[in-house]
Design a protein around this ligand. Structure first.
Ligand code: ATP
Ligand code: MG
Length: 437
């Protein structure tokens, strides 16, 4: 893609309404545009990053055996009356009436809808366990939408739901999701802490929030450095090993402000390992057993032919919030550097251009074609602008690698720079292999 053709409305001014870095940056680089309070359009650059995150989330859900489906955004109020949440959910729920006067709503979450799907087709223990998920827009009429897509009204969420025969079996599904979440955040280049959590209006007795470290986070975290040293590769994908994995994570001290106790912290965590940081919640998982299956009469026949209620859990990841959260976690010294796995482009070529010298541009176009042939997603900055402005702009856009076509290139060697590091002279072949690994 040529930068001059890309729909990327970059603005120089700091948007006054944006209080945190990710929001400022997403507006300045034209990733999003607010359409009304808490509701955003995703412009090409932002959309591309979100889709890359979505793809990783999807792959890691599929890899633990969850099956993708798609439920609608608009739901009928009937099922919410059955579960008892229609009144409980309160003003965060956007309620709509259709032309027949039927009460509808824009789904804030999907426990009821998935329970309805499940109960209408699954009748026997033989079909269990099941984990179903979808990636779909949600709407919550947040009282104070803020920080851009971090806390907004309409947001993109992956939500999964597990169905099991017993509490014991259900915990196995829970552990699979726990594992899948940690793998997902690893691939996004984020340090995530699973934190035992209150279950709130979703209910139940087992729940974890996944919090990533970022200076501007809403929650304060206290933990032990050791939590980042646990290597997921040491666990196998079987029930016993995954149980051990969850135990290994959860036995390490973690607390947010509400539960923090200084004496306890000092007793359980060596001084040199103490981590006190800020974090952002990017995922939340719950085991709530038959909280919905009982009122909604979601029953199956067990081995003896007895009707029992299905045991359920639900598992959410804020896909759109992750775009902002990743920026918060990576922004440093006015430079935004995307993790390779979700960067909007693999590499940017920056030729030094002037009115009477188009030689560098031509050279850059040749490199561009060559990289394209290798399936490398390249951005070519063909805008006629001075180099220092270009560099500032690319510090914000955050493509991790740059090929600079200017006076420093020597023969067939090109100036290559990884954001935040010093540039070096490399052959195009070396550059390709750096980008690809
Ligand atoms: P929070 O505590 O941040 O309000 P929640 O507990 O209401 O979130 P869940 O119902 O657990 O959120 O939703 C799952 C995930 O969806 C959250 O971990 C978060 O990443 C994302 N999410 C929730 N609410 C919003 C929102 N208003 N804007 C953007 N993302 C959101
Ligand atoms: Mg939560």
């Amino acid at each position: 893609m040529y930068l001059s053709k890309l729909f990327i409305p970059i603005t120089k001014d700091l948007p006054a309404e944006a209080k945190i870095k990710s929001h400022q940056l997403m507006l300045r680089t034209g990733m999003i545009k607010q359409s009304s309070a808490g509701i955003y359009s995703w412009l090409p650059l932002g959309f591309k990053v979100m889709k890359k995150i979505e793809k990783i989330v999807r792959e890691e859900q599929n890899s633990v055996g969850a099956q993708e489906m798609l439920m609608p955004t608009i739901q009928s109020s009937e099922i919410w009356k059955e579960s008892g949440r229609y009144d409980d959910y309160g003003e965060e729920m956007l309620r709509i009436t259709d032309r027949q006067g039927r009460e509808m709503l824009y789904g804030p979450t999907n426990e009821e809808l998935i329970t309805d799907v499940f109960r209408s087709s699954i009748k026997s223990y033989k079909s269990l366990p099941q984990i179903l998920y979808h990636i779909q827009w949600k709407f919550r009429d947040e009282i104070r939408p803020r920080f851009g897509v971090m806390r907004c009204k309409e947001f993109y969420m992956k939500d999964a739901y597990s169905f099991d025969l017993s509490d014991e079996e259900a915990k196995k599904s829970y552990n699979k999701m726990f594992f899948s979440y940690l793998k997902t955040f690893n691939r996004l280049g984020l340090k995530a802490i699973p934190m035992s959590a209150e279950t709130g209006p979703i209910g139940g007795d087992l729940s974890h929030e996944f919090i990533i470290l970022a200076d501007t986070g809403e929650s304060k975290i206290y933990t032990d450095k050791k939590i980042f040293e646990i290597n997921l590769k040491n666990y196998k994908f079987n029930d016993l090993s995954l149980k051990k994995m969850r135990e290994d994570f959860t036995q390490i001290y973690t607390a947010t402000d509400e539960k923090f106790d200084k004496d306890d912290f000092d007793k359980k965590v060596e001084k040199k390992n103490q981590v006190i940081a800020k974090g952002i919640e990017v995922g939340h998982i719950f085991y709530f057993s038959d909280k919905y299956s009982i009122p909604m009469n979601c029953m199956i026949d067990d081995k003896e032919g007895k009707k029992i209620s299905v045991k359920m859990g639900s598992y959410g990841i804020g896909v759109s919030r992750l775009v902002a959260a990743t920026i918060e976690a990576n922004y440093n010294n006015d430079v935004m550097k995307w993790p390779k796995s979700i960067s909007p482009f693999d590499v940017v070529i920056i030729p030094s251009i002037s009115k009477n010298n188009k030689e560098n541009l031509q050279k850059a176009e040749k490199i561009y074609k060559d990289l394209k042939k290798q399936n490398i997603d390249v951005l070519l900055d063909d805008v006629d602008e001075n180099m220092s402005n270009k560099f500032k702009k690319h510090d914000l856009i955050g493509v991790p690698y740059q090929i600079i076509v200017g006076s420093k290139s020597e023969g067939s060697n090109l100036e290559f720079k990884e954001l935040n590091l010093k540039s070096e002279l490399l052959s195009l072949d070396n550059i390709k292999s750096k980008i690809k690994t």
